[in-house]
Design a protein around this ligand. Structure first.
Ligand code: DMJ
Length: 498
């Protein structure tokens, strides 16, 4: 207010900026407008600190934070298992070297994380956030408590597979072991993206416990899928666990389908490229997706449509944007000299998803955007205009950056940082936005746990050196929890390669 204030901010110990160097941002601090030179990875770390400190202050031990009302938020996905944000954030804290915070999170897990509760939970959500979070925390830190808790929780999830086909239920009461499916899912079906997103964690549970049962359960899912005819080579989103038949023929690379495809590719990568079945299923699926779902708009934007019984809905979800990174990550093994083509596909999806952000007032992407009725990459329905701090677009920037080193991906990531700081950051943490086309924020008052596990981690990695969690040694589960590649030449002994 009364002169120039010079602030010196220590850079974190590791070199974190590649050729991007230092960025200038304007920052409001205690009422002063400061022009500071910030290292962008350091900015992501500061964002993590703000998200974490406020969770700790207002919602410690509860699942998530309501950053406007400054209290806990509980979602029925976790029943009454508590501490989702703590478990989801463990590895981000570790990677960012937030040592004090990691220590207090570990102590909470030791003393309070309790799975002996009468709770009906989502098998998928608990697996990707809790099992995945605990496994990564174990592999990164070597602390035995995380391994023990992961295996204990994995055992609690096993009754979900007690169905005539072994395709697991979506919901499970972890006390009684009784499972069921979402009442809205096509004729009692299980969901492709849910039962298809257990593979990585369950293979690691067998690896760490010495008990083959976990891996057997997920290998059986593959067997059931491989016996079935696939319409046009595509996998419908619904499969009945009793009859073993498909439900409605809806196909999506976004919600209900997305991470099934991701896990086929990553199962192959995580097996040190020995899982030939996973590899074949992945590249066959991508071939069918290209033929039947990928289209180009008249304005030249490549998008992935949804398929409903042979008819295309020209809509792409924010969730679908992860596929840019997936195509690029899988490019290396693509058959018939298609490596360059898969990288290009990844780059085109990244561009389309960036456009979906750029065409809003807040420069944050809507939940779904359309390519029909005269629009391209824009949400037209009111109930698709929200942004809930999702990571998929930043995830794709991170993969594209690592695999191409085209500086535009860091630039786009920085645009997202600026938009998050401007519109989502509030006193009590970070909040989602109800309508990204509006000029004034209407906050949804939820700080999702995946904001800490995924969005902020992918931003930090985007602005860090490639040797922080290198792709040769780590694969990220769908909640951005890094799991080590099980190298065939070291007797499958995991190493801390961070
Ligand atoms: C996350 O929980 C995971 O990325 C999941 O695969 C899809 N949705 C959310 C984030 O948007």
């Amino acid at each position: 207010k009364h002169g120039v204030l010079t602030v010196t901010i220590p850079l974190p110990p590791r070199k974190q900026c590649h050729c991007y160097s230092v960025l200038r941002i304007s920052y409001i601090c205690c009422g002063f407008l400061l022009n500071q030179h910030y290292n962008p990875a350091f900015v992501s770390l500061q964002m993590m600190k703000h998200a974490w400190d406020n969770y700790k202050r207002y919602a410690w031990g509860l699942n998530e934070l309501k950053p406007i009302s400054k209290q806990g938020h509980s979602s029925n996905l976790f029943g009454n298992i508590q501490g989702a944000t703590i478990v989801d954030a463990l590895d981000t804290l570790y990677i960012m070297e937030m040592k004090e915070e990691f220590k207090e999170a570990k102590e909470w897990v030791e003393k309070n994380l309790d799975f002996n509760v009468n709770a009906e939970i989502s098998v998928f959500e608990v697996n990707i956030r809790f099992v995945g979070g605990l496994l990564s925390a174990y592999y990164l830190s070597g602390e035995e408590v995380f391994r023990k808790k992961a295996v204990e929780l994995g055992e609690k999830l096993l009754p979900a597979f007690n169905t005539p086909t072994g395709i697991p239920w979506a919901l499970l009461n972890i006390k009684s072991g009784i499972g069921r499916n979402w009442p809205w899912a096509s004729g009692g079906s299980s969901i492709l993206a849910e039962f298809g997103t257990l593979h990585l964690e369950f293979v690691h549970l067998s690896h760490l416990s010495g008990n083959p049962v976990f891996a057997e359960k997920v290998m059986n899912i593959r067997k059931v899928l491989n016996r079935l005819d696939k319409p046009e080579g595509l996998y419908p989103n619904y499969l009945n666990p009793s009859s073993g038949q498909w439900g409605q023929h809806h196909v999506s690379i976004g919600g209900l389908g997305d991470s099934f495809y991701e896990y086929l590719l990553k199962a192959w990568l995580m097996s040190d490229k020995t899982d030939e079945e996973g590899k074949k299923m992945y590249y066959d699926a991508v071939q069918a997706i290209e033929t039947h779902l990928i289209r180009k708009s008249s304005g030249g934007l490549t998008y992935i449509a949804e398929w409903k019984g042979g008819l295309l809905e020209h809509k792409m979800g924010h969730l679908t944007c992860f596929a840019g990174g997936m195509f690029a990550l899988g490019a290396d093994g693509a058959p018939n000299d298609k490596t360059g083509h898969h990288i290009e596909l990844g780059a085109e999806i990244a561009r389309t998803c960036h456009e979906s952000y750029d065409r809003t007032s807040m420069k944050l992407g809507p939940e779904a955007f359309r390519f029909d009725g005269g629009v391209e990459a824009i949400a037209t329905r009111q109930n698709e205009k929200y942004y809930i701090l999702r990571p998929e677009v930043i995830e794709t920037y991170m993969y594209m950056w690592r695999l191409t080193h085209d500086p535009k991906y860091r630039q786009w990531g920085w645009e997202a940082v600026e938009a998050l700081e401007k519109h989502c950051r509030v006193d009590g943490g970070y909040s989602g936005i109800r309508d990204v086309y509006n000029n004034h924020e209407s906050h949804d008052d939820v700080q999702q746990s995946f904001f800490l596990s995924e969005t902020l981690k992918y931003l930090y990695l985007l602005f860090s050196e490639d040797d922080l969690l290198p792709f040769e040694h780590w694969v990220f589960n769908t909640e951005a929890h890094p799991l080590p590649v099980l190298h065939k030449d070291n007797g499958n002994k995991e190493e801390n390669q961070k």
